[in-house]
Design a protein around this ligand. Structure first.
Ligand SMILES: Nc1ncnc2c1ncn2[C@@H]1O[C@H](COP(=O)(O)OP(=O)(O)OP(=O)(O)O)[C@@H](O)[C@H]1O
Length: 308
C-alpha cells in the first residue's frame, strides 16, 4: 500500500504543523513493534501552502497513491475530497487535526492521532456520500442563517485578532447585526417538515451529511455519511434571544422537540428561494447569497471511497 498524507499546517490554529513529525515517529515505532498486525506502507507527507492547495495536491495524487489522507479539519477534508472528485478516482483517509473535526466525529474516528493512524491501517474501504450546495461540494454540512453570519464575522475578525477572542467578537457582532432572512419554502416538503409552501424567517438551516456541525453540535443525531440522504434541520420565526437559549439544548438532544420553531427531516434534495440576503457556509467556507437567489442542496450517494 502507498499512502500520501496531505497536511494543512494552518489547521487547529497552526497546531497541525506538528503532525508530520508525529506521523514519522508513529512509523518509526511501528517498524520496531513486534505486535504490529498491519503491513508498513510506503508513505510521503506533503504540506499545503495556501487555501485550495490540498485540492490540487489530492487531484495530482489520486492516480498514484492508494490512499490520499487529509490531515486537518473539515476544510482540509473538503479540499482533498474535491481533488478526488475532480480526478474521478482515489481513496480518502482522514486524520483529524483541525479545530472542530465535525466530519471525523460523524465517522467515529479516534481523536488521538496514533489511534486514528492505527484505525486507518487496519481499515477497509467504505462508500461515502457527499453533498452539493449550489454546486459546491460539502462532505459534512452546509448551512444558512445565524451560524453562517457568525462564521463570516469571525473570519473577518481573525484577520486582525489571532486568538479565541475572534470567535467571541464574531458572535457578538453577528448577534447585533443578524436579521433573519425570509425564505420561500418548497411546496413538496415531507409531512414531517410541515411548513411546505410557506414563507418563513430563517434563523438557521443545517443541511448535514454528518451528524455533527459547528464544532461539536450534534444537531442531527441520526445523520449518517453513507445513507444516501441529507438530514435537514430548520429553525424559523424565533427571536435571537430564544435562538441563543435553544443552542445549548442541542447538547441534550432536546432541540428537535421544539416543533413550534424547529423541524427536522431527511431527503435527497432541497431548494429554497431567498427573499432576503444571507450567507451560505459550506464545510466552513462562506459564500454570500443575494436576495432573490435560490439555494439548492443535493446528495451524491456513495461517490467517495473512504478507508477507515
Ligand atoms: N498552508 C495554509 N495556510 C493557510 N491556510 C491554509 C493552508 N492550507 C489550508 N488552509 C486553509 O485552512 C483553513 C482551515 O482548515 P481546516 O478547516 O482544515 O482547519 P480548522 O478550521 O482548524 O478545523 P475545523 O474546520 O474542523 O474546525 C481551510 O479553509 C484551508 O483552506
Amino acid at each position: 500500500m502507498r499512502y500520501l498524507y496531505i497536511v494543512n499546517p494552518a489547521a487547529n490554529g497552526g497546531k497541525a504543523a506538528k503532525t508530520p513529525e508525529h506521523i514519522r515517529a508513529f512509523y518509526q515505532d511501528a517498524e520496531n513493534d513486534p505486535n504490529r498486525s498491519w503491513e508498513l506502507p510506503e508513505y510521503e507527507i506533503q504540506l499545503t501552502e495556501a487555501p485550495g492547495h490540498a485540492t490540487e495536491l489530492a487531484q495530482a495524487a489520486a492516480p498514484n497513491w492508494d490512499v490520499v489522507v487529509a490531515v486537518g479539519g473539515d476544510g482540509t477534508v473538503n479540499e482533498v475530497c474535491r481533488g478526488l472528485i475532480e480526478a474521478k478516482q482515489g481513496t480518502l483517509g482522514v486524520i483529524p487535526a483541525g479545530t472542530g473535526n465535525d466530519m471525523a466525529g460523524g465517522l467515529n474516528l479516534p481523536k488521538n492521532l496514533r489511534e486514528a493512524l492505527v484505525q486507518l491501517h487496519l481499515g477497509h474501504e467504505h462508500p461515502l456520500d457527499y453533498g452539493l450546495a449550489n454546486g459546491n461540494v460539502f462532505m459534512n454540512s452546509a448551512s444558512v442563517g445565524f451560524d453562517s453570519l457568525v462564521a463570516h464575522h469571525t473570519n473577518q475578525i481573525k484577520l486582525k485578532v489571532r486568538s479565541h477572542w475572534a470567535y467571541v467578537i464574531g458572535l457578538i457582532t453577528a448577534l447585533v447585526s443578524f436579521r433573519a432572512p425570509t425564505v420561500q419554502l418548497p411546496k413538496n416538503l415531507p409531512e414531517r417538515a410541515g411548513w411546505g409552501g410557506q414563507k418563513r424567517d430563517l434563523c438557521l438551516l443545517a443541511v448535514c451529511n454528518g451528524r455533527f456541525y459547528g464544532g461539536g453540535f450534534e444537531i442531527l443525531p441520526d445523520a449518517r455519511l453513507d445513507d444516501g440522504q441529507l438530514d435537514i434541520c430548520l429553525i424559523t420565526n424565533i427571536s435571537k434571544l430564544r435562538l441563543l437559549s435553544l443552542l445549548p439544548t442541542i447538547f441534550m438532544h432536546t432541540h428537535l422537540r421544539q416543533r413550534r420553531y424547529v423541524r427536522a427531516w431527511r431527503g435527497r434534495s432541497l431548494t429554497l428561494n431567498m427573499l432576503g440576503s444571507a450567507y451560505l457556509c459550506v464545510d466552513g467556507e462562506i459564500i454570500p447569497l443575494e436576495r432573490g437567489e435560490s439555494v439548492d442542496f443535493q446528495i451524491v450517494p456513495g461517490a467517495i471511497k473512504l478507508r477507515s
